[in-house]
Design a protein around this ligand. Structure first.
Ligand SMILES: [Zn+2]
Length: 535
């Protein structure tokens, strides 16, 4: 049974919200009610937004909202019965609404506006030549059609109430709710970042897959396609849409939202993890060329990125690195470990040949231009941080830590330090060295290894040099596995520790036979490159 709410309980739901980090002058937006009219032709929209916010200190201040290129018709601060309630300034980029000390700590503001969005809400023909409207907000494009605090640190609940051509169907965050006069409304009771707030309006076919049942909660799993592409909804990428959610639930915890829709759209990204309504590029549907990997990646984002959101852009690996890792980890849960092994190998290759190896993962240099953070540090190297963390602390502590991190920061925001703190607690270990070298140092270890077998002593003598650029720094690898192979199929593994305070490491390991071959890190547990030679 689908969870339906009445309009009456809509206001109640609006007032229920989880504390999230406040920003911009101590103002924390709690709930948005966005009403948008999409026209039958042209792309001029009309909107009014009713938002509820709280102030840490109810003194004279200014509510500053991002809104680009619209015309603001009027503003009203509710419950303030005089001229002052209607004051605002708007310079085409920022809407500033003065608030008085006498105002309550929590207030509602209504904004009426109209205009043709330059970006963010794209109205026009789709790949099938049909008129459609799709939001595409990442990273800071919600501001082109919605008055919002357009930053991931200020999450809020949403209600979208959409007036659209009658033949269209509308998908948005959360669950549909009854609305008067032909409006299509949808409510998301969990706070979400502005970059995952979404609507899609078009002629759609909806395929209903087996729902996920969590006790008394039923989570609908749907695939929304253009009518011309409806057969693709039951094809390869979505065949296991339900199993993918169930695998993530077993690995991490309950699915965070009320439903999950996979939507064919005109997003400019291959896939966009909008909370509870993932948008995919339309062309792969038209060409029938999509794989399951993107569905696993975007589904994993519902937990990491959407429910637990990076508090600021430099920590975006908490979103993209996690989704990249769980693409492989879900694949391993469904089809065996080879999927993860292969995915980590291609992640390593993608990172090695990228142009960001001289920059660290947590990269404040790109904070003003988040699109540049969609790079091989945030995705494949971020996935490698998780993979190596798992190798360092073991499966049990790793998954306990991830589950606790999800429980603690669900519907809120987190930083890399928050993640480190939770993991250290579960692993009962100081992992400062690990997070420092992999998140804040650039590069990766490039090891030069020479070896010599001392037959008399029955030992292999190893010399290991960290040959990477000095600017990358040194790496500590406390559990580096070596595999020695002998002439007649003998195979023995030994572990050596590479210290992070010296470029050179020497080691002597007992070995009962003369090796013909030495392999480093045979199971691919570390992000490194090695050259090996006999001395
Ligand atoms: Zn992603």
């Amino acid at each position: 049974m689908e969870c339906m709410r009445t309009v009456g309980s809509l206001l109640v739901a609006l007032l229920l919200s989880v504390p999230a980090a406040a920003q911009r002058g101590g103002i924390d937006i709690k709930d948005y009610l966005f009403s948008i009219t999409i026209p039958d032709s042209g792309n001029a929209i009309r909107g009014h937004t009713n938002l509820h916010f709280e102030r840490r200190v109810p003194e004279d201040s200014v509510l500053t909202l991002d809104l680009v290129g619209m015309t603001v018709d009027s503003v009203q601060v509710l419950g303030v019965p005089h001229e002052a309630s209607r004051r605002f300034t708007y310079d085409g980029r920022m809407l500033r609404i003065p608030l008085q000390a006498t105002h309550e700590p929590g207030l509602n503001v209504v904004i009426w506006y109209h205009g043709s969005p330059q970006d963010g809400l794209i109205i026009g023909p789709n790949a099938r030549g049909q008129r459609v409207a799709f939001a595409d907000n990442w990273p800071e494009r919600a501001r082109f059609w919605l008055p919002v605090v357009d930053h991931p640190s200020d999450k809020a609940t949403t209600v979208f109430s959409i007036e659209a051509p009658t033949a269209w169907r509308v998908v948005a965050n959360g669950m549909p709710v009854p609305a008067p006069g032909g409006l299509r409304a949808s409510i998301e009771v969990h706070p979400i970042p502005a970059y995952t707030m979404v609507i899609g309006a078009a002629k759609f076919a909806v395929s209903r897959h087996r729902p996920v049942i969590n006790g008394r909660d039923t989570i609908p799993i749907q695939v929304w396609t253009y009518p011309e592409d409806s057969a693709f909804a039951d094809s390869v990428p979505f065949r296991r849409a339900t199993e993918i959610v169930e695998a993530m639930q077993r690995l991490i915890g309950p699915f965070p939202y009320e439903k999950l829709a996979h939507v064919q759209s005109s997003t400019k990204f291959g896939g966009m993890e909008n909370s509870s309504a993932i948008f995919y590029a339309e062309k792969p549907y038209v060409e029938r060329k999509m794989g399951e990997g993107v569905v696993r990646h975007e589904t994993a984002h519902q937990w990491f990125g959407d429910a637990v959101t990076e508090r600021d852009w430099p920590d975006i690996w908490l979103s993209e690195g996690f989704a990249t890792y769980f693409d492989g980890a879900i694949g391993a849960a469904l089809d065996g470990d080879t999927v993860l092994v292969n995915s980590m190998r291609s992640n390593a290759e993608a990172y090695f040949k990228s142009d960001v190896t001289d920059r660290p993962i947590v990269d404040s240099g790109y904070a003003a231009d988040p699109i540049k953070l969609l790079n091989a540090n945030s995705y494949p190297k971020g996935a490698w941080v998780l993979h190596m963390l798992r190798g360092t602390i073991g499966d049990s502590a790793f998954f306990r830590g991830l589950r606790r991190y999800y429980r603690t920061y669900r519907d809120s925001t987190a930083t890399s330090e928050d993640f480190q703190r939770v993991i250290e607690k579960e692993a009962r270990a100081d992992l400062g060295w690990f997070f420092h070298q992999w998140l804040y140092q650039p590069g990766y270890p490039q090891l030069g290894v020479t070896w010599h077998y001392d037959a008399g002593a029955g030992k292999v003598l190893l010399g290991i040099t960290q040959r990477q650029k000095p600017e990358w720094g040194l790496f500590r690898l406390p559990h580096l596995t070596l595999e020695f192979r002998g002439a007649n199929g003998a195979k023995v593994r030994r572990e050596v520790a590479i210290r992070g305070d010296s470029r050179e490491t020497t080691a002597r390991v007992d070995l009962p036979f003369a090796p013909t071959e030495v392999r480093m890190d045979p199971d691919g547990k570390l992000l490194l490159q090695v050259t090996i030679g006999r001395r």
